[in-house]
Design a protein around this ligand. Sequence first.
Ligand SMILES: [Zn+2]
Length: 234
Amino acid sequence: LLAPACADTAVTPADLRAVGLRARARWLPIDRWTAEYQNYFQRHVHDGSLVLDPTAIVMHYTAGPSLDQAWNLFDRGAWYDDGDVGRVYGHLSSHFIIDRDGTVYCCVPTDRRCRGAYGVNHVAMSIEMVGRDERAVLDDAALVQASFTLVDYLCRRYHIPPSRVWGHYQVAEGRRVVPDYLDYGDHQTPDGYPRSAWRTDPGKDYMQMLWRHLQAKGEPSRNNRSERRRGRKS
Ligand SMILES: [Zn+2]
């Protein structure tokens, strides 16, 4: 059962501009993928809803050179291993893609589930950073700074503690690292990614820097969190 749509509405580019980010909408055509996504979430978490009430964030890099390359791959779709059903054509996606110049592109509304991090897509927002690897990301100061500002904003808005900001490589290790990991749709490896599919993005050095930044900013207060829970029950 789903909680009634949470009080929070989705993050807009204007919200992000208000905290000093350069931000634009470049929505993915997720409404075309409704049946595909409902089927995916039904199989993997036994809940076909597409509504997201975000309680975590997953960080990624695109492993490619440009925003267009990443966005177009999401848009086009591809064949993916999808657990028990084998290889199926589908569309991955991410809530945000941050370009090398620090511009944040809003691609999936934050009140909708994306397919950015297999295993936690039912609870997490995903953020992609344009870069071939961790080194490329760390070399782009504008990108790194924008990512810190974006994550900090999302953590405050959704009362997410730094401990629930994960690198994709942590999610890949599955339930023993990320207890929220859930997958009813792969009976071979239900508790994490098969070793052949382990991830390294966005890198441990980047994540250490991000966590230090978030910790320096302070965790959301307990009061805020309980306020929010009270609000949701009404
Ligand atoms: Zn990733």
